[in-house]
Design a protein around this ligand. Structure first.
Ligand code: HEC
Ligand code: HEC
Ligand code: HEC
Ligand code: HEC
Length: 429
């Protein structure tokens, strides 16, 4: 009996030792499995984000559409995670690769950007392609299309003088473009403003491409061969002169900023902005690693901008008269207010605005007041001067503070929150 017990004891000890040894040997494998599970989750999330935010340019399988770079390549997979993170977070200066991080006016949190980086380094593009397909988000292939140089040459050769070009351009515009872009090119809820310095500054080739081929995945369809070379030349001439003295004399385009009176003045506002402000705020005010974006705040008053530029704040240096005269600053401000400040904010139709007001009333008014003016007891004003930038409102709402809990997407979805922000901005304009 006692012998039997000893045997059992010995056996049990041997078993424990064996199990321990097995586990010691297995430990790296278990860690590896845990890492792989974690990585799989990150990649799964990355795929969804890729489908939502990147596919339109980089293609369903990362092959790169048209002029956009392929991501399915060793060159990308081999980059440091930090380098990829920076590209997605901040975008690439002066290209269509925008900054995607929340604090740069984009939509992604650092954790989401990490997941995209993991996807780019370790994911399978076949899986991405299948998922994008299943979501019905595969972009229609118009890839390598570019406008023909011969055609562009015909446009350049058009013998129209300025007045003829404006007259013809305006007729064509009224018949083909005004329904979306507004009668004076002032923009509508459906399409952007065209009578501004940004469009005036576009190269003729670029405008030619937009008119001929359209803008991928938007309502801006190409007009192909519908216009003759002379007609295209006239439209391009109009777009490049609208809002300047000779363009507005004919078109009577209402320029939102009456300060832009002198011919060429607002174009030089753009140049001055690019000289003095772009190095920190980005060429189009999209922000960078030094300065915040100016694209996601609604209207800033000329006085406020003047006081920032003359007075500086933190890393924003003060600019003295000797560097930047009042006239030059005036031109910068006119340009910035017309084409930079608020340019990334959605333009809501009247209907959407009503829906947005409704959402605000339902979710926020109780504490922040019916018009965002704040209440004595329950919440501070949300309509402030200067206005809060979109990313600030979104971040605060999602993160909360010691005084107020976060409001999660399950209560107010991302889309709803975007509408609420747009509503608050409409109140501070
Ligand atoms: C509007 C088009 C557009 C969208 C949308 C877009 N990109 Fe890009 N992306 C570009 C362009 C253009 C470049 C090349 C920039 C350059 O020339 O440096 C680029 C470059 C990159 C690069 C650098 C590749 C290299 O060769 O170094 C990465 C990484 C990248 N994009 C990731 C993404 C991710 C992730 C998303 C979605 C969150 C995204 N992009 C969305 C246009 C876009
Ligand atoms: C069905 C509506 C619609 C019509 C008609 C239309 N556009 Fe557009 N257009 C758009 C939209 C939407 C965009 C913005 C595309 C984007 O998101 O980049 C746009 C963009 C543009 C841009 C680029 C502006 C910018 O800020 O990037 C130009 C230039 C332009 N359109 C010119 C024209 C001209 C010229 C015509 C007439 C020949 C025309 N459009 C007709 C909807 C339209
Ligand atoms: C050396 C970098 C730098 C340059 C150059 C620069 N800024 Fe700034 N700017 C900043 C920084 C940083 C901030 C944020 C300051 C803060 O609130 O802490 C800022 C803030 C601003 C703001 C306020 C935005 C807000 O959300 O409160 C305006 C408006 C502005 N800048 C306009 C300009 C203009 C116009 C120019 C060109 C004349 C210019 N900046 C040049 C760095 C720069
Ligand atoms: C139950 C009351 C309550 C509701 C509902 C509420 N908030 Fe707030 N909110 C607060 C309080 C209290 C603060 C001040 C917190 C602090 O200072 O730390 C605040 C602060 C904020 C701030 C920061 C303001 C600042 O000056 O920095 C923003 C942005 C904000 N809320 C947005 C929203 C939005 C958007 C909604 C609706 C989706 C909302 N809140 C709903 C109570 C509320």
């Amino acid at each position: 009996m006692s012998r039997g017990l000893r045997w059992i004891g010995l056996l049990a000890t041997a078993l424990i030792v064996a199990l321990l040894a097995y586990n010691i040997v297995r430990e790296p494998a278990r860690q590896e499995a845990a890492r792989a599970r974690f990585q799989a989750r990150a990649i799964a999330d990355g795929v969804e984000l890729y489908a939502a935010y990147c596919v339109e340019c980089h293609g369903a399988a990362g092959e790169g559409l048209g002029v956009y770079r392929a991501l399915d390549q060793e060159y990308v997979r081999r980059q440091e995670a930090q380098a990829l993170f920076d590209t997605i977070e901040r975008g690439r200066y002066n290209t269509e690769m925008a900054a995607f991080s929340l604090d740069q006016g984009g939509a992604l949190t650092p954790a989401q950007i990490d997941n995209l980086v993991t996807l780019l380094q370790h994911g399978s593009w076949q899986v991405v392609q299948a998922r994008v397909e299943a979501l019905g988000l595969t972009p229609t292939e118009v890839a390598a299309q570019t406008a023909s140089p011969d055609e562009m040459a015909a446009v350049t050769a058009s013998g129209l003088n300025g007045q003829e070009a404006l007259d013809l351009g305006l007729d064509l515009f009224a018949a083909n473009c005004a329904e979306c872009h507004g009668e004076q090119g002032e923009g509508t809820g459906d399409a952007p403003q065209l009578n501004n310095a940004y469009v005036r500054g576009m190269a003729a080739e670029q405008l030619f491409e937009i008119i001929t081929l359209g803008v991928r995945n938007t309502d801006m369809e190409g007009f192909g061969e519908q216009f003759s070379p002379d007609e295209k030349a006239a439209l391009i001439y109009l777009l490049r002169h609208w809002g300047t003295a000779d363009g507005s004399a004919v078109a009577a385009a209402p320029t939102p900023e009456p300060t832009v009176a002198v011919e060429g003045f607002s174009a030089s506002g753009q140049q001055l902005f690019e000289t003095w402000c772009a190095i920190c705020h980005g060429v189009r005010g999209e922000g960078g690693s030094i300065a915040p974006s100016l694209n996601d705040i609604p209207a800033l008053s000329a006085d406020f901008i003047t006081s920032r530029v003359r007075g500086g704040k933190n890393a924003m240096p003060p600019f003295a008269q000797a560097d930047l005269s009042d006239g030059e600053l005036g031109a910068i401000i006119a340009y910035a207010r017309q084409s930079v400040i608020g340019s990334a904010l959605p333009r809501l139709s009247a209907e959407e605005l009503t829906a947005a007001a409704d959402l605000y009333t339902r979710h926020c008014a109780e504490c922040h007041g019916p018009q965002g003016e704040g209440t004595a007891e329950d919440g501070p004003p949300l309509v402030t001067s200067p206005p809060m930038r979109a990313s600030e409102i979104v971040n605060f709402t999602r993160v909360g503070s010691a005084q107020t809990p976060p409001i999660p997407p399950s209560a107010v979805s991302d889309d709803e929150l975007r509408l609420i922000v747009a509503y608050l901005h409409s109140l501070s304009r």
